[in-house]
Design a protein around this ligand. Sequence first.
Ligand SMILES: [Zn+2]
Length: 355
Amino acid sequence: MPTISLKVELLKPTIEKQNVYQTMTQTNTDFANWLLTYDDLNKATSKVFKLFSSNKQLPSAVVNQTIRDVKSQKRHQKAKKYKRLWCAFNNQNAKIEYDRLYKISFPTLEKRIGVPLVVRPFQQKWLDKILNGEAKQGTVDLFKKRGRWFVTIAISYDVEKTTNEKVLGIDLGLKNIATCSVGTKSLFFKGNQIAFKRRRFSSRRRKLGKLKKLQAIKKSKDKESLWMREMNHTISRRIIRFARSNGVGLIRMEDLTGIRMAKSKKEAGRNLNNWSFHQLQTFIQYKAEMAGITVEYVVPNYTSQTCKCGNCDKQNRNGLRFKCKKCSYKNHADLNASINIAKALSGISKHKQVI
Ligand SMILES: [Zn+2]
């Protein structure tokens, strides 16, 4: 069942409410850090909160959720001290409601009431799906960003798998951000304009750095990552449209865990090395799942050096040109790689599990 998470702003909570949320967050963080050092964590129930503090308060729904979180963190050996742990509520405790306005209710230290939400048009259809039972609401997190309070709502839903059978391969890179191929059809997203725009961002920041305008530098960084996110949304949307119109039922991408994208120093210099390829893959994956298309990750080894005749040789590839040393087969190098990815030539990655 695919899951998405929706970030929705709370409509102007009063100062009193904001103070309550802030206090809850602080108590929750302290409680989580205390739990990390608590010997009987595995047997802990909500009663353990009394041992942590006899005068502080936290709704038992949050206490239980935090115990679960800390346990799972410890199991995965990621148990570092929490800088901050936002309050989380499971689907029994946080409820979406509609009464002229979309609202969410969750337990706080005061009485439980529905808090109105600022709902954007694309979010409305997801909240409606929860209300009419077409989608299932999961955990809700309450958090603050730049002085505004939000909830993230996990939503899972059923999708009918497409009966399409074709396989689409996607090669991600620096010269071409994404190269897609299915059968004889291909789709390229060139990296040069994106790299140009990113260089402008960074040269502007260098100037600001000399002037010590730290606030403006931070603003520019935020602006760039928003822009990058929008680009990744656009690219992924177009890839899924391309997949649907070409009868694709399966998308294969490389498992990039631990891979540096630059294949040469020259490429790294193009300043796309820290492009958020992980974000792009995430967007492609959830949009594919929404369209009933399966996603698989393949082992990234040698995808760009291997020929369809089976000959694998570093010399086969020269920049964007691919020419097999053995059978003389020629193709665009990124396109050749995407064809190899579609065939899962180097095998399906065991490392990266598809969500
Ligand atoms: Zn060959």
